[in-house]
Ligand binder design. Sequence first.
Ligand SMILES: [Zn+2]
Length: 268
Amino acid sequence: MSRDIAEFVRKHAPPNEGAQVRLNHCKPGFDNRAFYVKRSGSVALYHCFHCGIKGRVALADDCYKYPKVPGGIVESRIVLPSDSTSNVRTWHPSAAIHVLGYGITQDEITNFGVVFSARLGALVFPIVDRDNGLIGYQSRRFPPVEKGPKYVTKIKPESNRNFKLLKGDGKTSNKLIICEDYLSAIKSARVAAAFACFGTTLTICPADLVQFDEVYIWFDHDNRQVISKELKAFSFVRQFVPRSKIVKIGDPKRHSTETLQGELDLCL
Ligand SMILES: [Zn+2]
């Protein structure tokens, strides 16, 4: 969808729920108003019966926000330590066992930019924007330490949107899985597009959501706070993608590709 179409649709979208307008798109003349724009919640649906283009545009632009970034550090310059490497054979064994234990492959580790830094003593998960720029990262200490936080998240100021979604080898999907952690997103990217919100650090923007027909909120379910987090995410997502669902079978990274696929094959 081009930016122009989105602008055009946003400008003409009717204010009332369910209302529809007819406009000219690719053919002039009063009788050729075959471009329909209909309002559905926070989304405008458009369809041109001349050229056939159709799609959805998010009418709201704001991301939902959680009250704070847990353990988050806002930093203007994000640089990975120079000894960072995605070659699992050179990682600290506990980090390698952690990642490979979920059935994640060396190719996935390389493709999705997971690295280990001995200097940091941590596994590092990148936070990347749509232009492939590194705008933050989450690190997890390996080997685990007694003192200090397990996870540290660093992110550039104002980085609250335009995150890159994870997609498996050139696969396109009309389904999106939103997970809590990066390894779960890597596993999920085998069967759909995926997004890791790193606990509650990142939120996804409406313009990204409307590209999908179905959205799955698939969190870990390892504590009670997760329920309020997922409900908040769900009520936000549902405004833009009515076919959305909370999945409650636990941590995506612990499931096989078949189970992940099976969950998506159940009709919403
Ligand atoms: Zn047209």
